[in-house]
Design a protein around this ligand. Structure first.
Ligand SMILES: *Cc1c(COP(=O)(O)O)cnc(C)c1O
Length: 365
């Protein structure tokens, strides 16, 4: 059971707003709201005052457009794949143009439709992922007509090391961004993701918050965000095994003493990393138990020898993410980041939202 605390999500939005100063806080809701369910996430954030949203690709925008108000803006980060120009324009999604080729195709669509089309423009300031290079920005600055028919809503770039406040490259990217955006003097600017919001400096006009909204730590050190997600599994079966018994696929765990093993109802097909075989933890009644053996597709075996008997019965709850173990803890154990943990969860669980949202029902009633 995956529980999602929408009040905590709204509170995280407000916390980010406090740190962002006068910048507008936009929500990044790609990958189905980082695995939490984009529609309830968007509805909650709209109520909290959010009016700008980012998804990664056009299909994600299609799924959200009907939920948004006409005054909201929905940006598509991955930009404009060849052949999607008309769909993007008709949907009213705003592409983040990442290359001169994308600029030209958007201008051409504007001519074809005989109307102005909105866009954001991304500049690469040192991450070499998406966006115009410095030379391409200069080219565009000298060939203004290439933007005819396009209303630029935003110029943006992305930080490579925002989670590390002492990394000097952050400042280099800020300087590059300042310099390159001079070519677009009256356009709103956006540089910061969650990590950037928590760096002590100005935040331009708009920040693009993702992981911090969902409770992930935006930087190293104490996490200022409220947890949004908790994950509970249940005990399917219990057994007592003698010293020397082996557990799970490949017999990779050997019990050194007589042990109690609990099999629980979550596996890698539920998004629990198989990499946590013989290394991750769970909590039963606040007692830490370790994963014994390999994570299976639909189940995990835990060594519960140290847990009081009263807490061990078929159906008993087991905390995988909650007050004892955060998404960042799980990510550390698995050698990954909270982003990957979150986006893998949830496709198979019953998702429980609190407070329950009835917005959709009310609208159609
Ligand atoms: C995913 C993404 C974000 C959000 O980043 P977080 O670290 O989750 O806040 C912001 N901007 C861009 C361009 C992204 O791809």
């Amino acid at each position: 059971m995956l529980s999602i605390d929408l009040d905590a999500l709204a509170e995280n939005y407000r916390t980010i707003q406090l740190h962002a100063g006068s910048a507008q806080v936009a929500a990044v809701v790609k990958a189905d709201g980082y695995g939490l369910g984009a529609i309830p996430v968007v509805q909650t954030l709209m109520d909290a005052g959010c009016r700008t949203f980012f998804v990664a690709f056009l299909g994600e925008a299609v799924a959200l457009k009907s939920v948004l108000r006409s005054s909201d803006t929905l940006f598509v980060l991955n930009g404009l794949l060849p052949g999607t120009e008309r769909d993007c324009a008709q949907l009213g999604a705003v592409p983040v143009l990442n290359s001169l080729d994308q600029v030209d195709r958007w201008t051409a669509m504007s001519r074809e439709l005989r109307r102005t089309l909105s866009a954001a423009l991304q500049i690469d300031t040192g991450m070499a992922r998406l966006g115009l290079s410095a030379e391409e920005v200069q080219t565009l600055a000298m060939q203004r007509s290439r933007l005819n028919g396009i209303e630029l809503k935003l110029v943006m770039s992305h930080l490579a090391c925002a989670d590390n406040s002492v990394e000097p490259f952050n400042e280099r990217q800020v300087e590059t961004f300042e310099a390159l955006t001079r070519a677009f003097p009256n356009v709103a600017r956006s540089l910061d993701n969650s990590g950037g919001v928590f760096l002590e400096r100005g935040h331009f006009d708009l920040v693009r918050a993702g992981i911090a909204l969902y409770g992930g730590a935006p930087r190293t050190g104490p996490n200022p965000m409220r947890p949004v997600v908790s994950l509970e599994a249940r005990i399917l079966q219990l057994r007592t095994v003698p010293a020397g018994a082996a557990v799970g696929y490949g017999l990779t765990h050997r019990c050194e003493q007589p042990s109690r093993i609990a099999t629980i109802s979550v596996g890698y097909a539920d998004g629990w990393p198989r990499h946590l075989s013989n290394r991750g933890s769970a909590y039963i009644g606040g007692v830490r138990v370790s994963i014994a053996g390999r994570v299976s597709m639909d189940s995990i075996t835990l060594d519960v020898t140290d847990v009081p008997d009263a807490l061990l019965y078929p159906g008993a709850p087991v905390e995988l993410i909650g007050s004892h173990q955060s998404i960042d803890d799980v990510a550390d154990d698995a050698g990954t980041i909270s982003y990957e943990i979150l986006t893998q969860l949830g496709h198979r669980y019953t998702r429980i939202y609190s407070p329950a949202r009835a917005t959709q029902l009310k609208r159609s009633a």
